[in-house]
Write a protein of this length. Structure first.
Length: 354
């Protein structure tokens, strides 16, 4: 004997199915796509969060789904029921407007616009290992149309050294006339490590004259146990004056004065070199991939007007007083006066006053 629903309950069940949009007795039919009824975009003014300024836009989209044709007349004409098929979406979109005058971000951004027009991302016009390398020096020439060319500190970038493996990997950067920076992880045991002693390093002056030096000793710091990630290599001789070492900024000072805006999309110039011999500016389309295997320790450089400032390495630690202590100890072990080889600290707040 077949079971049946009481008439009153049957009617209420049928009405519930219709309200849920399931059609007659649960038979589903393909629903047509929603129709856009209205679209508005209105500016609600400028907003700021620190140095950046964005124009804020309120965007509204109103859609309607088709109302089923098999509804009872009393539902099809019911305004409350019809609103069930109407969808309204409102959201806020922010468009970068500019940086506030008098801020470090405005200073860097306006200088960046003036400096990069028509330039390329290639640092070197040529950089290669000739036959017989490393006994034979590398062949290196600057690309004078690079976005980084002409800025003080560019010659602190070593194009090549004997421990690099593939060309450009584990790059070295001169922070003093004797001390070079690179990554700590995958570079050896933590501590004063002799694994790289005796290897040759090359730099290039602005007139493409090669400068060669030899690693005398090194200290390696790894996340375990030091909770730091860098290596400092001590050279066997001072680099000449025409190799410009890089000033440095502490992570705390950089965060205070120059950090990526968090309030909305905005350009953030930060020069980052990579193993292929390019520099990424951080501003599309002048960008390249700087996070490949082997790029670790490549320098992150803040492009002040006419001056590069070292703020840290790719995925590695930035300058610190602990780093300076390691540099001092390397000097003492080599019989050098530490006071002669100190990091040159830059206060980005003072850069606005120049």
């Amino acid at each position: 004997m077949e079971a049946s629903l009481p008439a009153g309950l049957y009617g209420r069940w049928r009405q519930l199915l219709l309200l849920l949009g399931l059609g007659w007795m649960g038979v589903a039919t393909a629903a047509p796509p929603p129709v856009l009824l209205e679209a508005t975009t209105n500016s609600v003014g400028l907003v700021t969060n620190g140095a950046g300024v964005w124009e804020s836009w309120a965007i509204t989209r109103i859609y309607s789904n088709a109302i089923p044709t098999n509804l009872p007349a009393r539902l099809a004409t019911n305004a409350v029921f019809q609103r069930r098929y109407r969808r309204e979406y409102t959201y806020t979109n922010r468009v970068f407007h500019g940086y506030q005058e008098g801020t470090l971000a405005h200073l860097i951004w306006t200088n960046f616009l003036a400096h990069t027009n028509g330039r390329t991302l290639r640092i070197w016009s040529q950089r290669r290992h000739p036959p017989g390398w490393p006994q034979t020096p590398p062949v290196v020439e600057w690309n004078t149309n690079s976005v980084i060319w002409g800025m003080r500190g560019v010659t602190a970038l070593s194009p090549c050294w004997e421990g690099e493996g593939n060309p450009g990997q584990i790059p070295l950067t001169a922070l003093t006339r004797r001390h070079l920076y690179t990554r700590g992880h995958s570079f050896g045991m933590d501590g004063f490590n002799p694994a790289h002693n005796g290897k040759r390093v090359w730099f290039v002056t602005r007139d493409n004259r090669r400068i060669e030096a030899v690693i005398q000793m090194a200290v390696v710091r790894t996340p375990v146990p030091s909770r730091r990630d860098y290596s400092i290599l001590l050279l066997d001789r001072d680099l000449p004056d025409d190799i410009e070492t890089l000033p440095v900024v502490s992570p705390e000072n950089r965060k205070q004065y120059y950090f990526p805006p968090s309030f909305g999309p905005a350009p953030y110039p930060l020069f980052q070199t990579e193993q292929g011999g390019n520099v990424s500016t951080g501003v599309p389309p002048l960008t390249v991939n700087t996070w490949k295997g082997g790029d670790s320790g490549s320098p992150d450089l803040i492009p002040l007007p006419g001056q590069l400032v070292f703020s840290g390495g790719r995925s590695t630690s930035g300058p610190s007083h602990e780093m300076q202590e390691d540099m001092d100890e390397l000097c003492r072990r080599a019989g050098l006066a530490p006071a002669k080889y100190q990091l040159h600290w830059v206060d980005l707040g003072q850069a606005l006053q120049k």
